[in-house]
Design a protein around this ligand. Structure first.
Ligand SMILES: Nc1nc2c(c(=O)[nH]1)N[C@H]1C(S)=C(S)[C@@H](COP(=O)(O)OP(=O)(O)OC[C@H]3O[C@@H](n4cnc5c(=O)[nH]c(N)nc54)[C@H](O)[C@@H]3O)O[C@H]1N2
Ligand SMILES: Nc1nc2c(c(=O)[nH]1)N[C@H]1C(S)=C(S)[C@@H](COP(=O)(O)OP(=O)(O)OC[C@H]3O[C@@H](n4cnc5c(=O)[nH]c(N)nc54)[C@H](O)[C@@H]3O)O[C@H]1N2
Ligand SMILES: [Mo]
Length: 767
């Protein structure tokens, strides 16, 4: 770790800073120059799909169709460093538990299956055969409903299909997914309002749009390739109106690192034309303000005989519930809207005025909307705004949730879901001749509750770092240890391996970038991006070790070891040629995956049919629904009335992928050498008698019986609304109460946690 330095960053996103950061990581991970050749295959038709975010891959890719963070993800996975059995011989698990997340993953790729040995407190080498035999024995002795099969959103459609089938044949729907911590608010909100669980925009819509509304997504760090269509839109004069508590560099200015001219002249494009620093959780109020302004303008237009502002033709033909929604907006007064959003009426009216002039509008959003107690209502509010002017189901317009993991959306499409009603169980029954469980399984929060209560006995994990990613770390970790069995299919060492169950295994797998050789030859896999396009992906790199196996192979072996023989499911036949798994996916979901194998490598991917894009509304009313929220508060149980309580936002730095920490620099926010910071407004710093740079402690003001505390954060004065503060996930997850989740979707509310801060060691006194 280098020296800590906090200094405002003045360069645009992209540009030279991005080029340098990338060169640094290639060097550090000891990636030979051929690494660059590898990067040329990233996100290309017939190349491999980036393991980082889920932003779509264009049909006509740029020469370098990857970003700084995508390249970092490649370098991190393709590192030449290795974590071998000799490594585990050297360090006890207790010792490794003291290491930070960065050090654990930075040691390199896992190479061999390992089993925890309690007598030495070390992971010991085990054969694959012995591993599967014991895991199978353990699972067979359990009640399937007391086990959880988690999936992080990276595994391919092929692996995910097999994973979900394995769980159901074993006997449960306990299939939580990282989506449960992420865009589940979207998957619950959008079916209510527009009858589809996913976004309606595709890449081409960005070429036809004339306004982009941008809520709570940090594009510069978390989906940087999106900066290209945004920059193109800006160059066409398309306004971008942003709502974000923090001033995020990627939303302000961007230099395209692939443009020699921009790089040489150090020119940049201004991204946001209006930047509204909404208070966290204030989006329902801000959106209500915009709708209210729009409704007022519409009434004026009617009175003066001018064309309407509300697209009344669309509303009449395609929507339901306008009157109730208008009544809700009429019932809100401006002072309350201003107070809750933190934005002035004039600012909201200015945003509404641009919206009223625009014909094809895209609404983009990320975790800033979904991770609240009323995340679902917040997403529905954005849909309400779009519906008022008919901005769903026409070219250049639509709703655009920016998904996280590269196949998180696809995993849901092929059956990884705790909700049985979303899965064609009858078809599975018919195809494979077994009785699929019909009861609702556990989502992430429910799985955590079960682990805490001791009712979950086994946790089998397809990727991810669950115990680190979920809320309430200090309650979760001791409970996690009480489980009988924990199994992690992983590429890198992480904390979820070290906080382990009684019987614990690490099963190392190939990453997507490696060549996956099976009986029929090298295999391709597929994923679905944020815009519902599926893409094929072929590994290009040499596997990290002879002992690692592919994810489909590992899932198949687990299934064979756990399940009674079923002549209609030939796991080995599937593993020999993944095209056969794709045939099975097509047979299960013929509407979405027809000609799956034939179309696998179509440039730009294959778009799945989506009713809402064609203005067909698969909702209870048969129409698109205006959904009035229950109130203005996205986090109603917050005690923000107390002056010393701040609303904490947990966010990602530019140097991490979720719990994977690439380094300690957050270039865009000017933080170097540490992650233990708390971004605060200058007035709050003064009011609480703190100083910029001072060390503080922070506790949650949850009003329950648990003490949640983080010590030793450094105050960083930042451009953030008064009453809000921000710091990094996962270090601050200890502060989030497990019950603090979206009321409908149960996504942990990671963006608005009531906290108190005080000088180090003074909080106890304040209690
Ligand atoms: N490099 C990199 N890429 C990633 C990831 C990564 O960790 N690193 N993670 C991947 C995953 S799984 C996901 S889900 C996505 C996450 O990508 P994002 O959705 O960008 O997630 P966050 O980093 O949580 O940032 C949320 C943004 O919302 C803002 N915000 C916070 N609260 C509010 C609010 O109440 N209202 C509004 N309007 N804004 C708010 C924050 O200031 C921040 O800019 O990125 C994916 N891509
Ligand atoms: N406070 C707070 N908490 C949050 C969030 C937040 O914004 N704030 N965001 C939430 C969100 S949006 C998400 S998606 C979750 C993320 O939660 P997870 O998806 O569970 O976590 P990751 O950090 O993405 O998982 C990293 C691990 O995945 C493994 N891995 C990497 N590549 C592969 C692969 O190809 N195959 C396999 N089998 N394993 C692989 C590696 O071992 C690595 O250590 O965290 C959530 N938690
Ligand atoms: Mo995510």
């Amino acid at each position: 770790m280098s020296e800590t330095k906090i200094e405002a960053y003045t360069d645009p996103a992209g540009g030279w800073g991005s080029a340098k950061s990338l060169a640094d990581i290639l060097l550090r991970e000891r990636i030979p120059l051929s690494g660059n050749a590898m990067l040329l295959r990233q996100n290309k038709p017939d190349g491999f799909m980036c393991v980082s975010c889920a932003w779509p891959k264009p049909a006509k890719p740029l020469p370098f169709e990857y970003c700084e963070n995508g390249a970092k993800a490649t370098a991190w996975e393709q590192t030449s460093k290795r974590v071998t059995p000799a490594f585990f011989d050297k360090f006890s698990v207790t010792e490794l538990l003291t290491w930070p997340d960065y050090d654990l993953e930075e040691k390199g790729r896992l190479t061999h299956p390992m089993r925890y040995d309690p007598s030495s407190d070390k992971y010991k080498l085990v054969s694959w055969a012995d591993a599967f035999a014991e895991i199978g024995r353990e699972l067979k002795a359990m009640n399937p409903r007391e086990t959880v099969f988690y999936a992080s959103g990276r595994a391919s459609l092929e692996t995910s299909y097999m994973w979900a089938l394995y769980a159901r044949m074993y006997g449960h729907n306990n299939l939580p997914d990282s989506s449960n911590m992420c865009h589940e608010s979207t998957s619950v909100a959008l079916p209510q309002s527009i009858g589809v669980p996913v976004g309606t925009t595709i890449l081409e819509d960005f070429e036809a749009t004339d306004l982009i509304l941008f809520f709570g997504q940090n594009v510069g760090s978390n989906a940087p390739r999106m900066l290209h269509p945004l920059q193109d839109a800006r160059k066409r004069g398309v306004p971008i109106i942003t709502f974000n508590p923090l001033r995020e560099r990627g939303l302000e200015r961007f230099t395209n690192p692939q443009s020699p001219i921009e790089m040489l002249t150090r020119s940049s494009t201004q991204i946001s034309t209006q930047y509204h620093q909404v208070k966290t959780g204030g989006d329902i109020a801000a959106l209500t303000g915009m709708c209210k302004a729009l409704i007022a303008a519409d009434r004026e237009a009617v009175a003066e005989g001018r064309p309407r502002i509300i697209d009344i033709g669309f509303v009449a033909e395609h929507t339901h519930g306008l009157d109730d929604f208008v009544a809700f907006c009429d019932g809100q007064n401006w002072p309350a809207l201003e107070a809750r959003s933190g934005l002035k009426r004039e600012a909201l009216e200015a945003a509404a005025a641009v919206y009223a002039r625009s014909n094809n509008v895209i609404g983009i959003y990320g975790m800033g909307l979904t991770q609240h107690r009323k995340g679902v209502e917040t997403v529905n509010m954005l849909v309400n705004l779009l519906l008022l002017r008919g901005n769903i189901g026409k070219p250049g317009a639509g709703i655009c949730p920016v998904r996280g993991h590269s196949n998180v959306q696809g995993q849901r499409t092929v059956g990884i879901s705790e909700k049985p009603e979303l899965v064609p169980l009858d078809r599975l029954k018919e195809m494979y001749g077994f009785e699929p469980p019909r009861d609702t399984g556990m989502n992430t929060v429910e799985a955590c509750e079960g682990i805490v209560a001791g009712t979950v006995k086994a946790f089998v994990s397809l990727g991810g770092n669950f115990v680190r990613a979920v809320p309430d770390t200090s309650r979760m970790e001791p409970a996690w240890r009480r489980m009988r069995l924990t199994v992690q299919i992983s590429t890198k060492l992480n904390r979820s391996h070290l906080v382990h169950g009684e019987v614990s295994y690490i099963l190392p797998c190939l990453g997507r970038i490696e060549v996956d050789q099976q009986a029929s030859g090298p295999q391709a896999v597929s994923m679905e991006d944020s815009t519902s396009c599926f893409h094929g992906s072929r590994g290009v790199a040499t596997p990290v070790s002879d002992a690692v196996r592919s994810e489909p192979w590992i899932v198949a072996e687990l299934a064979k070891a756990t399940l009674p023989h079923n002549p209609r499911v030939d796991w080995d036949f599937w593993v020999a040629d993944y095209a056969r798994v794709r045939d099975a996916i097509e047979a299960t979901y013929p509407e979405k995956f027809h000609d799956f194998n034939k179309r696998l490598f179509e440039p730009g991917g294959v778009h799945k049919p989506l009713a809402a894009r064609e203005r067909k509304w698969d909702t209870k009313t048969g129409k698109a629904n205006f959904m009035a929220p229950t109130g203005l508060e996205a986090d109603p149980d917050m005690t923000s009335a107390r002056r010393d309580v701040l609303d904490l936002i947990t966010i990602r730095s530019n140097d991490q992928f979720n719990t994977t920490i690439y380094g300690y620099h957050d270039r865009f926010r000017g933080v170097k050498g540490t992650r233990m910071v708390l971004f605060m407004n200058g007035n709050d710093i003064a009011r609480l008698q703190l100083e910029d740079g001072e060390t503080i402690d922070i506790v949650t003001e949850a009003g329950d019986e648990y003490a949640r505390e983080v010590k030793g954060l450094r105050v960083v004065k930042y451009d953030i609304p008064e009453g809000n503060c921000a710091g990094y996930y996962p270090e601050l997850n200890v502060l989030i109460p497990l019950w603090h989740h979206d009321e409908q979707a149960k996504v942990p509310a990671a963006k608005s946690i009531p906290v108190r801060v005080a000088k180090a060691a003074q909080l106890a006194v304040a209690d």
